[in-house]
Design a protein around this ligand. Structure first.
Ligand code: BTN
Length: 247
């Protein structure tokens, strides 16, 4: 990591890192904040950001565009390993959620900025529910969030979790550039066990269903449609149509 900026409260660590990128900040800049006033998740959702959780963004300037689509998967592996070190076994749900059972313990938001048609930088935002209590979140999502605190019954040091995420991230970012297949395989081994089950993906207002078969070399989800044809899904919000097996 070239520089780590630790801040008290920001709108969103992704915004701070993106602004730094516009001003020429180098790859490896890390922005960590104690709280966010406008933390955001995928699909324009709000990310609840009270103190005691981890809000972190890393600025990347990938030289090889081929790695872009696998960045969130590599980051998911890094986060799953980091929380495992805290005694919590998380599973990865395509494309980039970290779950405990059916509940979400961490999320990733990769935002690319382009210049003259090519990706100039990517800000990878990581949110981990570290010491989150059910009372911290709106009632409608209380049943679908998990935290290290709730899973282990003890508080966790946010800085320790941040350091573990960054350690694992450095390793998996290198692995991604050297041998992307290792990332794909490791992600698959840590994924929720919905393989062979019916899955629905909503993407850009379209709904696609099929049996989950695999993820391909570019990180796309491969479904088998009702007619047996292979459907490749590049992005979207996925859910198993029956409860997933998570052991
Ligand atoms: C999701 O699962 O929808 C993605 C959540 C990403 C949240 C993190 S917290 C740090 C960074 N800053 C943000 O505003 N969002 C990401």
């Amino acid at each position: 990591m070239s520089e780590v900026r630790v801040l008290a409260s920001v709108s969103s660590t992704n915004d701070v890192a993106k602004e730094a990128a516009r001003h020429g900040a180098r790859e490896g800049l890390v922005v960590v904040a104690e709280t966010q006033t406008a933390g955001r998740g995928r699909h324009g959702r709000q990310w609840t950001s009270p103190a005691g959780n981890l809000f972190l963004s890393v600025l990347l300037r990938p030289r090889d565009p081929a790695v872009l689509s696998l960045l969130p998967l590599a980051a998911g592996v890094a986060v799953a390993e980091a929380i495992e070190a805290q005694g919590v076994d998380g599973q990865l749900k395509w494309p980039n959620d970290v779950l405990v059972g059916e509940r979400k313990i961490a999320g990733l938001l990769a935002e690319a900025s382009t210049d003259a048609g090519r990706v100039d930088s990517v800000v990878l935002g990581v949110g981990v529910n570290v010491n989150l209590r059910a009372s911290d979140v709106p009632a409608e999502i209380a049943g679908v969030t998990a935290s290290l605190f709730e899973e282990t019954g003890r508080t966790h040091d946010v800085r320790t979790v941040a350091a573990a995420v960054l350690d694992r991230w450095v390793l998996w970012y290198d692995a991604l550039q050297a041998d992307a297949e290792t990332v794909r395989r490791t992600w698959r081994a840590r994924s929720v066990d919905w393989w062979g089950q019916a899955v629905e993906v909503v993407s850009g207002g379209q709904r696609v269903t099929g049996l989950a078969r695999d993820i391909d070399a570019s990180g796309a989800l491969i479904l088998e449609g009702a007619d047996g044809a292979t459907v490749k899904v590049l992005s979207g919000e996925a859910r198993a149509l029956r409860p997933t097996r998570t052991s």
